[in-house]
Design a protein around this ligand. Structure first.
Ligand code: AHR
Length: 500
């Protein structure tokens, strides 16, 4: 039996709802087909956005959406995507799949999508191949209310009122696809570019995000921060957040491995590599602590998730992959880690929303399915804007290879906005159930209800069997005063709502 200790009296921090954020790039069938089909499509849509996808994402309470990339962001020139659609530039998406990009989804369409979703906006600007002026004018175009050439252009293009930009990324992966820069060079460019990312309405400040490291590139983090905090930098630097990118690819970057065809060794390898996220947050966080002594700068994990070999027969540049119970566990573990580090992690964006990498939704023509990862986000939504509670779970180490051992359980607990305690618990064992006893300090428990996602490790949804993996009610919980007892099934993600 494993004990879970919860202290409802000890609140550890606020869980920003943006921790459950998403990312959409002009890549493969994410934007086109996945989200946007155009007004004339036979697929039911509202102003071009697929109704089925929008409704599913609203149900999941998508809190924020990053756009337009990714690597695409540093090749994107926003002016190409505004104005009458028939005169927008057509070009080849050289980075992703060599297909025609007709720019029919641009700034106005993105803002319309976020309006329909009711989510916050996160725009990623172009440092790699764009100018300071271009970035500055984009922000002016989107957010300026007064008289200005860009505000006039926005109005001429059909939107009188300014849009709201909540988050703005100054470049993406500038150590790689975003310009192959070194940290000092990028740091200096950041100082320059961000100056012109102006907040025009002080009631709606734009949260500025610097390009952070890839995985364990601590030199990048150190180099960028040193440059940003040097000399004339404001006491708290010139940034609100710094990004971190870490993907789980069990077989390494070159091989990656199949999304659906794997054995138990690879299962544990995948989960073990996922747990590395916590080390990265701590290590990069420790560097950040040296500069940002007041701990005001957010760590923005704006690309994470599984990256497998794309599905056979699909364009390799489209990064289309299936999604199994293994992805569900990867999502559950990462979201628990982000919750536990909510003092630093202020936003995280899984890559990517639809049809790309670890997607929550897959589409095929007019068909749509929800992946196991979708169900995890839907269960975790109760943590959005909740207060993290002090919790600890006893674990044992499991796995088949010495190098890839993992704890059998992962958890996080919060006090939700609804006044209930929400526990999310993952069983990382591919085959063993575990007895759990949850002990709540000085708390009388009134009721518990739960939802579980469980199946065998390869299980996934297909367009022929779209509901093979689905959530079920979990009502096998015994209550006694301040304890609850239950058995968590193998290979599962569980959400418990506790009324006290
Ligand atoms: O998400 C796919 C790509 O991965 C993004 O475009 C890039 O930022 C990262 O390398």
């Amino acid at each position: 039996m494993f004990r879970l200790y919860v202290n409802p009296q000890n609140r550890k921090g606020h869980i920003n709802k943006e921790i459950q954020g998403h990312f959409s790039e002009h890549l493969g069938r994410c934007i086109y087909e996945g989200l946007y089909v155009g007004e004339d499509s036979p697929i039911p849509n509202t102003n071009g956005m697929r109704n089925d996808v929008v409704n599913a994402l609203k149900e999941m309470q998508i809190p924020v959406l990053r756009w337009p990339g990714g690597c695409f962001a540093d090749e994107y020139h926003w002016m190409d995507g505004v104005g009458p659609k028939e005169s927008r530039k057509r070009m080849i998406n050289t980075h992703w799949g060599g297909v025609v990009e007709d720019n029919s989804f641009g700034t106005h369409e993105y803002m319309e999508l976020c309006r329909q979703l009711g989510c916050k906006t996160y725009i990623n600007g172009n440092v790699g191949s764009g100018t300071v002026r271009e970035m500055s004018e984009w922000v002016e175009y989107m957010t300026f209310e007064g008289v200005s050439p860009m505000a006039e252009l926005r109005k001429k293009n059909g939107h009188e009122a300014p849009y709201r930009v909540d988050y703005f990324g100054v470049g993406n992966e500038n150590w790689g696809c975003g310009g192959n820069m070194n940290p000092e060079y990028y740091g200096n460019l950041y100082r320059n570019y961000q100056t012109y990312v102006r907040t025009y309405d002080s009631k709606k400040p734009i949260y500025k995000i610097a390009c952070g490291p890839n995985v364990d590139d601590y030199e990048w983090t150190e180099g960028v921060l040193k440059t940003l905090y040097r000399g004339a930098g404001k006491e708290n630097g010139l940034l609100d957040g710094i990004s971190l990118h870490y993907y789980t690819h069990p077989e390494g970057w070159e091989v990656k491995g199949s999304a659906t065809d794997f054995d138990e060794k690879v299962w544990y390898k995948t989960l073990s590599k996922t747990l590395y996220m916590e080390t990265l947050i701590k290590q990069h966080g420790a560097i950040l602590d040296q500069y940002d002594k007041e701990r005001k700068v957010g760590m923005i994990v704006d690309e994470w998730g599984t990256w497998f070999t794309c599905e056979p027969g699909t364009n390799p540049g489209f990064l289309y992959q299936q999604n199994t119970m293994r992805d569900a566990l990867v999502a559950g573990i990462n979201l628990n880690i982000f919750n536990k580090h909510c003092d630093r992690v202020k936003m995280a964006n899984i890559a990517q929303l639809v049809n790309v990498l670890q997607a929550v939704i897959l589409t095929d023509g007019d068909k749509m399915l929800l992946t196991p990862t979708y169900h995890v986000f839907n269960m975790y939504k109760h943590h959005q804007d909740a207060e993290l509670l002090d919790s600890y779970i006893e674990t044992e180490t499991i796995g088949l290879e010495e190098e890839y051992q993992v704890p059998n359980l992962s958890e996080s607990v919060s006090l939700g906005k609804d006044g209930k305690i929400h526990i999310t618990l993952n069983n990382l064992s591919a085959e063993k159930d575990y007895e759990i006893e949850g002990i709540f300090a000085q708390t009388k428990i009134q009721a518990v209800k739960g939802t579980v996602l469980t199946d065998e490790m390869h299980a996934h949804n297909t367009f022929d069997a779209p509901n093979k993996v689905h959530t079920q009610t979990f009502d096998d919980c015994r209550i006694k005063d301040n304890t609850i007892s239950f058995t968590i099934p193998a290979c599962s993600v569980l959400h418990l709502e506790v009324t006290v």
